[in-house]
Design a protein around this ligand. Structure first.
Ligand code: CIZ
Length: 303
């Protein structure tokens, strides 16, 4: 594979098709390198909504491309690998939301962005890991169902003890892999380093952290810190921007298994093919689109 040739093809096709390429912080380095914008799903959705291009190539997983489509329905949103899904998002269905509504009629539903559009459409508001605490605090109901991530939900529960929060049993398979023993081992190996973790980690891991935040918040924290060494407790794709922004600092991944297999499905070749063949087109049913857009816009209003 001639990487430089593929990069040139991508550049040419982007101009030809009037396209913008956005990439999540968990994408492989080569994709982050060629992307026009790199960040978390919330930032990228907002970028997509404001861009003048007709085509968006979303290098991430399915729910992210779906959110971009919901916020920019007039654009052609492409996901390079159609089976790049999210096991956490698949841990809840719209039928589950209906059952929760029946069981807890006076509760409001806050839905993490890692969820299918149909679930967002039945929720009152969406949140991301950057704004989950703020959304739950600001939502005008003290009774909240938080779904689908039980670990992010536990983190929110601790920060907002004044509210009654019911959790769903979902979890991210990559962050869930990390155990307390892994943290103790890493801290022992790097005693000077600060531990920065994602709130999708287990509560006993989060408890040992010096800082807890989304990918963007972790990057911002390490970049503005005077400290020089950090243990990173999230998917290893964030190392690309961390190292790029902080060439004088040291970053150690908390566990070698912090790789999301779905995020790693997109390759330079699949990005090239996505542009060339205009695939895979992300579409959302009209009814679902309206409800999910309302829940996403409510997040923008409250955050
Ligand atoms: O919000 C996102 O994009 C996710 C899934 C994680 C993060 O912290 O960036």
């Amino acid at each position: 594979m001639d990487i430089e040739k593929i990069k040139k093809e991508i550049e040419d096709l982007k101009k030809q098709k009037n396209a913008v390429i956005v990439a999540h912080n968990y994408q492989i380095d080569e994709i982050q390198e060629i992307a026009d914008f790199v960040g978390d799903s919330f930032y990228l959705s907002k970028v997509c909504a404001d861009r003048p291009e007709d085509v968006i190539v979303f290098c991430g997983v399915h729910f992210m491309a779906e959110s971009a489509k919901i916020l920019s329905p007039q654009k052609n949103v492409l996901l390079p690998e159609i089976d790049a899904g999210c096991p956490l998002a698949d841990m809840i269905t719209e039928e589950d939301v209906d059952s929760l509504r029946e069981k807890y009629p006076d509760y409001s539903i806050v839905c993490y962005i890692n969820s299918p559009a149909a679930v967002k459409a039945k929720s009152d508001v969406v949140c991301t890991s950057s704004n989950a605490v703020k959304i739950v605090k600001n939502f005008p109901n003290d009774k909240i169902i938080f779904l689908p991530d039980k670990n992010l939900g536990s983190f929110v529960k601790k920060q907002v003890p004044e509210k009654d929060i019911v959790l769903w049993e979902g979890f991210c398979i990559t962050h869930y892999r990390i155990k307390k023993e892994d943290v103790l081992k890493a801290k022992n190996a790097h005693p000077e380093a600060l531990l920065l973790v994602h709130p999708e980690c287990r509560p006993e891991v989060v408890e040992l952290a010096d800082f807890v935040g989304s990918t963007k918040q972790i990057i911002d924290f390490a970049t503005s810190s005077e400290k020089k060494e950090f243990i990173i407790g999230t998917e290893m794709g964030v190392l690309y921007t961390l190292k790029k922004k902080n060439p004088d600092k040291k970053f150690y991944i908390l566990h070698p298994g912090m790789i999301c297999p779905n995020m790693k499905k997109n390759t330079l070749e699949s990005v090239r093919n996505a542009l060339l063949e205009e695939k895979y087109v992300i579409d959302v049913e009209k009814d679902i689109m309206e409800g999910a857009r309302k829940a996403l816009l409510k997040m923008l209003e409250l955050s």
